[in-house]
Design a protein around this ligand. Sequence first.
Ligand SMILES: [Fe+2]
Length: 228
Amino acid sequence: MRYNLFHQVHQGLRSLLYQTALEVQHTDFLQTDEAGQALELLQMVTKLFDRHAHTEDNYIFPLVKTYEPSVIDAFEQEHAKDRLLSMLLIESMKLYADADTGEQRREAGRMIQSAYNKFLVFNLEHMLKEEEVLNPIIWHYYSDDELHKVTGTIIQETPAALMQSFNECICNGLNNAEISQWLKTVEQQAPDEVFLQLCQTAEQELPAGRWRKVLNRMTEGGGCVSVI
Ligand SMILES: [Fe+2]
């Protein structure tokens, strides 16, 4: 099986989209404290998707552009549409922040839901298209070793605070076997403090039962339990 550059981060972003969708649906926008939690998640969504598009534009699309420029042209246009949908969402959040009356809050809440649903649908389709269209081209021209190096560069270039937010989403978006494998790889390849931080993040994000299963899987081949 070939290395899928997109899998881990896209699973994390999908998880954030689903979690936020339910939070928005459960929010009574007349209650400003309830709305605060939803707005916090929505801000995280726009921030992480913006960074992710920046990463793809700078580190992944150039891999394909050399060989298939028209394909990348189409994906760059999708990123431009994504930016517009993100701006619509941010504008609706500003309307909510500026609302003075209950009716204005209710209307701004309705606009937030509408803008968010459009953003979610577009990005679910967009991410799947990237994996189904770009991966076969990437795999044709690059080895897995080269692609792992691209991932390494992306991790190095991502600011630490954003990396932490991505890692939290990824913990929520992967299955137990994938998380165990991820932690094992980080244990082998990264400094101890990076590995310990990631273990703490996984423990914090996962329900206790899932974290126990992840640890059990890691110890099957000799793992990190001693450092937890
Ligand atoms: Fe993208």
